[in-house]
Design a protein. Structure first.
Ligand code: SF4
Ligand code: SF4
Length: 282
């Protein structure tokens, strides 16, 4: 009898998970994954104070939603075109996660979303470049991808060109399988293109040492120029189906200069964007 009850509970969990997945896709998510909060304990990638279950003791599952970053816009970085896209993805993530948590509430479950960035201003990250919650780790535990050399979540669909948000709930949902084989091929394109040389290779590990302060300082300059964020290390990554769709260079050199010549405080040709990015990134 107990066994039958357990089987029914698992079946219900799968049904609920598929309902939630459909809803998330209807709301605009490109990718959706499910993690068990126990993964934080199992993998021990972060200290205990960052475990969702230690912050919200009733939490059982984390639903991670991702939206793609369109390559033809990203390839114009640093530009207002990419900056606007970044803001749009943020709005999408806020809305989708808010609405999905509401959907779970209507089904009788506790739920809320952990905001996608959660810092007051980029200047704060210069002093303390750490987030209260890592959506990248959540994405890994939810089977959406693996963590690459450049500290981003590398997905099959979009490489590192995804923005993520997490919905935390007391619903017990069967987790998706974690991807075991690294998707990052350690090609070092991200390291070699970084305008601040923020990455240092570790011989015995895939994930690089990253000077997050250097990266944040550069982002402060970009923010002041209205061309935030940088995105070069995700632009150049060769992994992802989107690279197959758009090709390795989806914008002409002239097109990049054109986009960098409009909308920002310092524009291409006035020394601004060139000085900020150290070179025109084509
Ligand atoms: S976002 Fe830009 S500055 Fe920061 S690590 Fe990536 S390439 Fe370097
Ligand atoms: S650019 Fe190369 S090294 Fe960097 S994350 Fe992508 S695959 Fe890994």
């Amino acid at each position: 009898m107990e066994y039958i009850k357990e089987v029914d509970k698992v079946k219900e969990g799968y049904k609920l998970k598929e309902k939630i997945r459909k809803e998330a896709i209807k709301l605009g998510a490109n990718i959706v994954g499910f993690a068990d909060v126990k993964s934080w304990e199992e993998f021990e990638n972060t200290s205990e104070s960052y475990y969702p279950q230690n912050i919200w003791p009733w939490s059982k599952s984390v639903i991670v939603l991702g939206v793609q970053i369109y390559l033809p816009m990203l390839e114009t970085t640093p530009s207002v075109v990419y900056s606007e896209l970044y803001d749009t993805t943020n709005r999408m993530l806020d809305e989708m996660s808010y609405r999905l948590a509401n959907y779970l509430n209507r089904l009788g479950h506790k739920a809320f979303f952990f905001p996608r960035d959660c810092y007051g201003d980029i200047s704060v990250l210069v002093k303390k470049p750490e987030a209260a919650f890592s959506h990248v780790l959540a994405g890994k535990y939810a089977g959406l991808g693996t963590i690459g050399y450049n500290h981003t979540l590398i997905t099959k669909e979009y490489g590192p060109r995804v923005r993520l948000v997490s919905v935390i709930t007391d619903a017990e949902l069967p987790p998706d399988e974690v991807i075991e084989k690294d998707l990052c091929i350690k090609c070092l394109c991200c390291k070699n293109s970084c305008p601040t040389s923020a990455f240092t290779t570790k011989e015995d590990a895939l994930i690089a040492d990253m000077d997050k302060v250097k990266c944040a300082e550069y982002h402060e300059k970009l923010r002041n120029n209205y061309t935030y964020p940088c995105g070069v290390c995700i632009k150049v990554c060769p992994i992802g189906e989107d690279k197959k769709l758009y090709g390795t260079s989806s914008v002409s050199k002239e097109g990049i200069i054109h986009c960098q010549s409009h909308g920002a405080k310092e524009q291409f040709g006035s020394g601004g964007v060139e000085a900020l990015s150290l070179e025109v990134r084509v």
